[in-house]
Write a protein that binds this ligand. Structure first.
Ligand SMILES: C[S@@+](CC[C@H](N)C(=O)[O-])C[C@H]1O[C@@H](n2cnc3c(N)ncnc32)[C@H](O)[C@@H]1O
Length: 641
């Protein structure tokens, strides 16, 4: 029974499981936990806990039947796969000094996974590595991963503080559990079927340390009854993260305390089971988690619309080389915030350009270059009306299909006397007069990546010497991110080309490791003598000390544009224009993710390069270790001129 109805949410976050002890009677376990307890699934041991292969060999006559809980026939195939996550025996220790234990552990692990695959379980929970060294455990899991069909392996990782906790209470070494996970997944080559079940304990690490997990493949959050109050007190972004990132909660442990106010009423309704017998002891906890889930704000409509785009890699548009389709224009045109910003900028420019006393006598020549189907023409005419200024408009567009729409728009609106449509590439148009104001929107997610600089340089010939360009400037930004899902998706193509490509993506499962920094700026009109649009930038990122080590899978890129004066528009997270949805971020991957240890900084280089027919970016990391230079000479990814 899902946690509740949160409009728009169809993700795994709605489901809550319960960790159970070994029970030979699986049907009863399911009835108790699911039908009576209200949980969606159980995380249950598959094998008798006392089983040790070495003892069986010595003591049994070798009957061959392994001591699993029930047979596959005790549940239907769909019950097994929908309601049971296999919990691998927690005693296993594949890195033990004790060879018998080590070998027993390996044998048992393989037997249990084989049984779980036979049952078509969706996932198995692997016990946490027993110490810092987990190479043999990882080797064995890696072998298993090579032959696994669809089953996921969730590695249990206690969420422990970087500074003062250890995964192994007997160990003198202080361990950051993220490092254990990192070393495990590196040994398993970032396998996409290996993910994390974060075990939330009675204390939480710092917000920065916790934030690292936001970009990792976390499938479950195991919340011990001791740790629930900690989860409740966690920073709001932690709760938001769990409930908005397809993470399933698994409740574990025994009832220990009276639950916080607010849950009591809900819990009271369920303290007895439906047959009047004793209820599931964790039912009040489940109800409390349901209460936390339901008190989340519903997903805003735009977020709901964009659900399907989350972490989905798309090739950036090439509006110069290709002709955009009607559907693409339609999507642009729905973004009223963008046009409101443009209209505000045009109003300000008109008021600055034409004083009140000349309003009736002066006609401003305004050219919309790259007019598409006309929304910026409309914004310009509305700005003229709002300010009482007179306009003569040229709408320049190189896409002949959009020009058809422009003509019908002008006719429909009766703008024939004000608007002239020019079907041409702005770089080659021979304008009959010069413009006071040049309005364009040729911006990509990374600002200049749709070649606005090259187009506007070409159009500058027909802008008056003191003319205004809207936008007047734009800057790209990058920040290092942990984004294991994006990395794995790029990796799945198994070639260098995809690692040397930038992607437009609604980044969702991401840890933003440091504030973004500006990369390239372009200003228009460009009156300087240096007309080159090639750029080079070296950047240094410091990651806050309390984060601990972190993995950099690549860079999230954004832009911010100054349209005119103080009117801006952009997607850089700290200044992003609210409710504007025309642009997702851009993602530049790294061929080999870089592990950044505490106290080290990340040195990154970005180049914007050009040739006669194309523009491209190259990027690399030089510290803490050197990466190859990505996309040399634009061999994998470029934008056509
Ligand atoms: C991102 S769209 C914006 C369209 C419209 N202004 C809007 O806001 O919906 C950019 C438009 O500029 C056009 N464009 C790009 N480069 C151009 C060029 N060099 N000359 C003329 N039009 C160009 C494209 O065909 C496309 O219609």
């Amino acid at each position: 029974m899902p946690l509740g109805d949160r409009p728009g949410d169809k993700s795994e976050s709605r489901y809550c499981g319960v960790e159970t002890e070994f029970n030979d009677d699986v049907p009863h376990l399911l009835t108790f936990s699911i039908s009576h307890g209200g949980f969606d699934f159980v995380v249950a041991p598959l094998m008798v806990p006392s089983y040790r292969p070495s003892l069986v060999c010595k003591n049994s006559g070798g009957s061959g039947a392994l001591p699993f809980a029930g047979s596959d026939l005790v549940l239907s195939p769909s019950q097994w796969s929908r309601h049971v996550v296999g919990k691998i025996s927690s005693w296993i220790n594949l890195d033990s000094e004790d060879e018998v234990l080590r070998v027993d552990s390996e044998t048992t692990l393989k037997q249990e996974i084989s049984w779980a695959s036979h049952l078509s379980l969706q996932a198995c929970l692997l016990p946490a590595p027993k110490g810092k060294s987990c190479a043999n455990y990882a080797r064995c899991v890696n072998q298993i991963l090579q032959n696994l069909n669809n089953m996921q392996l969730w590695l249990r990782i206690p969420l422990v503080k970087t500074e003062d906790d250890s995964m192994d209470v007997n160990s003198d070494h202080l361990i950051d559990s993220w490092e254990v996970w990192n070393s495990f997944r590196l040994l398993c080559e970032h396998h996409s079927h290996l993910s994390v079940a974060l075990d939330i304990q009675s204390s939480l690490p710092s917000a920065n340390s916790l934030g690292r997990w936001f970009g990792e493949s976390v499938r479950a959050a195991i919340i011990n009854t001791d740790g629930l109050s900690m989860f409740v007190k966690a920073p709001p972004e932690a709760n938001y993260w769990v409930f908005n990132h397809s993470i399933q909660i698994v409740l574990s442990g025994k009832p220990v305390h009276i639950l916080p106010k607010g849950s009591v009423d809900v819990a009271a309704n369920h303290s007895d089971d439906i047959d009047g017998g004793p209820g599931h002891p964790l039912r009040p906890y489940l109800d409390y988690v349901g209460y936390l889930y339901q008190r989340m704000d519903p997903l805003p409509e735009q977020e709901r619309f964009e659900l399907g785009y989350r972490d989905f890699l798309q090739s950036p548009l090439q509006p110069l080389m290709d002709n955009l389709e009607a559907q693409t224009y339609e999507t642009f045109e729905k973004d009223s915030v963008k046009y409101i910003q443009y209209q505000r900028a045009i109003c300000k420019a008109l008021l600055d350009r034409v004083p009140d006393k000349e309003a009736l006598t002066t006609t401003t020549v305004l050219m919309v270059v790259g007019a598409g189907r006309g929304p910026l023409v409309r914004a310009s005419l509305q700005a003229a009306e709002e300010t009482g200024r007179k306009l003569r408009v040229y709408a320049v567009e190189k896409n002949p299909n959009a020009v058809v729409t422009l003509h019908s728009l002008v006719k429909l609106e009766g703008w024939e006397n004000i608007v002239t449509i020019i079907s041409s590439d702005m770089r080659h148009w021979d304008a009959p007069e010069k413009a006071d104001i040049l309005v364009s929107e040729l911006l990509g997610s990374f600002g200049d990546n749709e070649l606005s600089p090259e187009c506007l340089d070409g159009a500058q010939r027909f802008l008056k010497q003191d003319g205004i360009s809207i936008p007047s400037s734009y800057t790209s930004f990058i920040q290092p991110v942990t984004a294991s899902k994006l990395y794995n998706d790029v990796k799945s193509h198994k070639d260098v080309l995809h690692f040397e490509t930038a992607y437009v993506v609604k980044i969702h499962n991401v840890a933003r490791l440091a504030p973004s920094q500006p990369v390239f700026t372009f200003t228009h009109p460009n009156h300087s003598t240096d007309k080159s649009n090639d750029r080079y930038k070296k950047l240094q990122f410091e990651i806050p000390n309390d984060t601990g080590s972190a993995m950099v899978h690549g860079f999230a890129g954004y832009f911010d544009a100054t349209l005119y004066d103080d009117v801006h528009l952009g997607i850089e997270p700290s200044t992003a224009t609210p409710n504007m949805f025309s642009w997702f971020a851009i993602f530049f991957p790294l061929r080999t993710p870089v592990c950044l240890h505490t106290g080290y900084s990340l040195e990154v280089h970005f180049w914007r390069c050009s040739g006669p027919t194309k523009v491209w970016y190259e990027w690399s990391v030089t510290s803490p270790s050197a990466s190859p230079i990505h996309n040399s000479s634009g061999r994998s990814y470029w934008v056509g001129l």
